[in-house]
Design a protein around this ligand. Structure first.
Ligand code: SF4
Length: 338
């Protein structure tokens, strides 16, 4: 990942100094992971509130702080299912608070179960997926716009799926499920951008063996795959968080380069919805320069002609694609704003 999208981009640091984020962790092993790391790199103070501490006693919960005290709210994953709300009476209250925060313009970024909470807060519903999806899978464009996260692959670990209501944009999908929804400054993902080895190891250690057996999960193999993908995921997670902060939640901060205060700086302004990659196949001579720069977007076919893996890579990959366009020696590539 290049330029300011790099996880250690010094130029990005401090833009959000003075901003606060509240992570709603539904269990102790459900933190914001690499999403939280990137927020801190961008200057946020991140406060994590753990709602339940005992897997076997989900009714025993710690009431969360007033969401309006924060600039950004992040409801995260959970072992719970919104198809079984009777297991935890506080779930309806959390959904109501997220709905109120959304209505008040507080930016919300939800992950997996957090994305599902958002779906219900916006008036949608949750249903069991035809089968569990666990592992690394690519995601594609959504029915309402180009995928802003890039194709991945991203880590999936879900049994349910989002059924968004009318008026909520679906920006990414797989064959099995909606993957990214957006309404104003509220975004929910079904996949897990936050994972790293430490995070997944903690999940696995807490998972009952009977659950792993029931779903045929070879946990050491899952962990090995996370290790293989970790460095790449840290980069794509940082780029996704940057897209969310700079073009969805706080575009005015991206323009001005800083925050005046930590008051709720939300906006309902819509950002540009993406761009397309255009190839002049007659010009391509197949030297693979573009593959080196953006392997998520470009490949070569058997005749050494460039192939687009996606023509709408999403904002997270814009800098990489722009670099490929610039470096293509045959001027075979261009970007078209959509
Ligand atoms: S860099 Fe240009 S010439 Fe080389 S493979 Fe890519 S599109 Fe073709």
């Amino acid at each position: 990942m290049c330029g300011s999208m790099s996880p250690n981009a010094a130029s990005a640091t401090d833009r959000f100094a003075g901003y606060t984020a509240l992570v709603l962790a539904h269990e102790p092993d459900g933190p914001a992971g690499q999403v939280g790391v990137r927020l801190e790199q961008r200057g946020f103070t991140v406060h994590t509130h753990v709602i339940t501490s005992d897997y076997d006693n989900p009714q025993d919960f710690e009431p969360w702080p007033d969401l309006s005290d924060y600039d950004l709210v992040l409801p995260m994953g959970s072992v719970r299912s919104l198809t079984r709300k009777d297991e935890a009476d506080w779930l309806e209250a959390e959904i109501a608070d997220l709905a109120a925060a959304h209505d008040a313009g507080t930016p919300i970024l939800g992950v997996c179960f957090g994305g599902q909470l958002i779906t219900e807060a916006l008036g949608g519903s949750i249903e069991p997926a035809p089968s569990a999806t666990i592992g690394w899978r690519p995601i594609g464009d959504g029915r309402d716009g180009p995928n802003p996260a890039g194709p991945g692959p991203w880590m999936h670990w879900h049994h349910d799926r989002m059924v968004p209501p009318e008026g909520v944009d679906v920006l990414a999908e797989t064959d099995e499920a909606v993957q990214i929804i957006r309404s104003g400054t509220t975004v929910g993902t079904q996949f897990h951008p936050e994972v790293d080895v430490a995070h997944i190891a903690e999940w696995g250690n807490g998972a009952p063996q009977e659950y792993l057996d029931e779903h045929g999960i070879d946990f050491p193999a899952v962990l090995a795959e996370v290790a293989e993908n970790e460095a790449r995921n840290i980069e794509q997670c940082a780029a996704f968080v940057d897209w969310y902060l700079d073009t969805v939640a706080f575009p005015e901060a991206a323009v001005t380069g800083g925050a005046e205060s930590n008051s709720n700086g939300s906006t309902t302004e819509e950002s540009a919805m993406g761009f397309k990659v255009v190839v002049d196949y007659e010009m391509c001579e197949g030297n693979a320069m573009c593959l080196d720069v953006a392997p998520e977007v470009f490949d070569l076919d058997d005749e050494d002609v460039v192939v687009l893996l996606t023509d709408s890579p999403g904002e997270a990959l814009r800098e990489k694609v722009a670099s490929a366009v610039e470096r293509c020696p045959k001027q075979a590539l261009s970007i078209s704003e959509s």
